[in-house]
Each structure stands twice: as structure tokens, then as C-alpha cells.
Design a protein around this ligand. Structure first.
Ligand SMILES: C[S@@+](CC[C@H](N)C(=O)[O-])C[C@H]1O[C@@H](n2cnc3c(N)ncnc32)[C@H](O)[C@@H]1O
Length: 300
């Protein structure tokens, strides 16, 4: 088990994906390669290809080290998963075998919260939060330049943060917001020391991270492009961690199901067992939805 990040729903992913030799699997959110290593271990050095993508170049470097035992089986690419079909069209994605499945384990790894400056765990850093060079805005630009109304909507829409309006007002009043510590202090002021189970800055910072990294539009565009591009009988497994993500996954899966292009392998999302949640509390909000692309003969 990797101490920097514990992979969520690992047993379920392996059971559903059922990895076999002479297949290519794509881990679209490689992270610290927990799921990928389990896939490679299951087929035990056979002829298999694993393509790992991560938008965060630092994360990809760490994964490269962890995947060293499998030099023949892996190909790693620093990109967003929505770029997959384009990479294929441009001949930059060399699929060795037929596509068995694609995994998207959304969000970020536990270590990124601190190292990539995405949380209150590392307050003395500039407000940036960009995981890749393709992001249009950084966190400082959002908190210092957006209108009060737009900021309030951001905290409310992306994190269901109840005092969204009050925080937006306080931010505008205290501009310029200098660094992460400054923003975290304003969040603490809003909570007024209430006895919440989570840190007072958790939800606002999550909303900010989602906005900076365009996580919802990336998911929406990426899913549509990927499902259209997938080969017949390949599976797509998506793990989401908050209601905004799961709503997008559920709706897009339904849309493709109604269009007759896919079958749903999960009517309702799979969730972690009580034991998994106890061992890894971060898994408590995880939801797994799975689809399989129809064969060409199914379509006609
Ligand atoms: C939850 S972690 C994955 C953990 C991994 N499954 C494991 O078991 O170690 C998500 C990873 O995906 C990356 N990521 C998030 N959104 C992405 C996207 N749209 N395209 C590519 N990588 C993404 C993050 O940088 C992070 O490293």
C-alpha cells in the first residue's frame, strides 16, 4: 500500500476490469499508480500494455519511479485525459493491443494536497493551485479579480459551502489576498471557531481548486470525447468524489445509454464498504460508475 495515497475501491476495480493479457488498459488519472500497479500485478508480467496519463508532471515523475519494474508494459504521457482521442488521431498514442478498459479516478492524490499547494496544510505559499500549464487562471487571479457575486457562486456551486456569500464579501473587503495563509485566516474568521468535523477552509479551497483546474468542464468534455472514441466491448470506469462530478458522470452515461451506444454495468453507483471507509476515510464520498461500449453488431 502506498503511504502517500491509498487507492480507492481497488478490489472492485480489479473485479470489474478483469485485466487480461493481450489487452491495453488506460489509466487516465495515473496518480501514484496504485490502480495501475494492481492491474500489472494481476496479469503478472504478461503481454499487456498500460498507458498512464496525468496532467500533473510532478505526479507523473513519481509514478515513473513506482512503475520501474514494468518498463516493457507501460507508456506514460503528461496530458489531460480529455486529450486522449486527439492524441490517437495525431498518432501519439500507440495502442499495442485491443482496448480493454479505461479508468478515471477523479480529483487529486492525498500528497498533492500538501505538495501542490492545494490546501491549508501548506499555508506559506503563493495562491496558485494550477496542476498543469494549460489552466487559464490561477487561484490568486480568481480571489483577487472576480466579482463578489461570482466568488459567492463559486463557493456555493462547487462545494455547497453554506456561508458562500459572507466569505465572498470578506475576501473582496480584504483584497489583495496575499497567499494561502491569508485566505485560510478569512475562512477561519467566517467559521468563528464552530465545531465542524472538517477544517473551515476545506470546502472553499476545494471549490477554488476545481475552478482553477477546470475540473468539471474537463470531465464533461473528456467523457463525451472518450466514450465516442472507445472501441467496442471496452469498459469505462469512473470514480467520482463529490456530487458535482457524479452528476456529470451519471447524466452523460445516461445520454449515451439512451442513444444506444453503451450498456451500463452499474445501475446505481458502487460505493466503498464500511471497512474500506474505516481504513481510508478519504474513500467515504467515492462513487464508481461503469459502462461498456456496445459491439458494432449490437448497434444495428
Ligand atoms: C485520485 S488521483 C489518482 C490515484 C490513482 N488512481 C492511484 O491509485 O494512485 C487523481 C490523479 O489524476 C490526476 N488528474 C486529475 N484530473 C486529471 C485529468 N483531467 N487528466 C489527467 N490527469 C488528471 C491528478 O493530478 C492525480 O494525480
Amino acid at each position: 500500500m502506498n503511504k502517500l495515497h491509498i487507492s480507492v475501491l481497488l478490489k472492485e476495480i480489479l473485479e470489474i476490469l478483469d485485466p487480461k493479457p493481450f489487452n491495453t488498459y488506460i489509466d487516465g488519472t495515473l496518480g501514484l499508480a496504485g490502480h495501475s500497479l494492481a492491474i500489472l500485478e494481476k496479469v503478472n508480467f504478461s503481454d499487456i500494455q498500460l498507458i498512464g496519463l496525468d496532467r500533473d508532471p510532478k505526479s507523473l515523475d513519481l509514478a515513473k519511479e513506482l512503475l520501474k519494474p514494468y518498463p516493457e508494459q507501460i507508456d506514460l504521457i503528461n496530458t489531460r485525459f480529455s486529450a486522449l482521442p486527439d492524441l490517437d488521431r495525431e498518432n501519439k498514442l500507440k495502442l499495442k493491443y485491443k482496448l480493454g478498459g479505461i479508468l478515471l479516478d477523479l480529483g487529486i492524490s492525498s500528497w498533492q494536497l500538501k505538495e501542490a499547494g492545494l490546501s491549508f496544510l501548506n499555508p506559506k505559499i503563493p495562491l496558485d493551485m494550477r496542476l498543469d500549464p494549460w489552466c487559464k487562471l490561477n487561484a490568486s487571479e480568481i480571489v483577487n479579480e472576480w466579482t463578489e457575486k461570482k466568488l459567492a457562486d463559486l463557493f456555493w456551486d462547487l462545494a455547497d459551502y453554506k456561508p458562500a456569500r459572507r466569505l465572498a464579501k470578506l475576501i473582496v473587503k480584504n483584497r489583495p489576498i496575499k497567499d494561502m495563509e491569508h485566505l485560510v485566516d478569512l475562512c477561519k474568521e467566517i467559521s468563528g471557531g464552530t465545531n465542524s468535523k472538517i477544517h473551515s477552509a476545506t470546502l472553499p479551497l476545494m471549490a477554488l481548486r476545481i475552478a482553477v483546474n477546470e475540473e468539471l468542464s474537463e470531465l464533461e468534455q473528456g467523457l463525451r470525447k472518450i466514450i465516442d472514441w472507445m472501441q467496442p466491448e471496452s469498459k469505462l470506469l469512473v470514480i467520482s468524489f463529490h456530487s458535482g462530478e457524479d452528476r456529470i458522470v451519471k447524466n452523460i452515461f445516461r445520454e449515451f445509454y439512451k442513444a444506444g451506444k453503451i450498456n451500463l454495468l452499474t445501475e446505481k453507483p458502487l460505493i466503498p464498504s464500511a471497512l474500506e471507509i474505516k481504513q481510508n476515510p478519504r474513500s467515504r464520498s467515492a462513487k464508481l460508475r461503469v459502462l461498456i461500449k456496445k459491439t458494432v453488431s449490437d448497434l444495428y
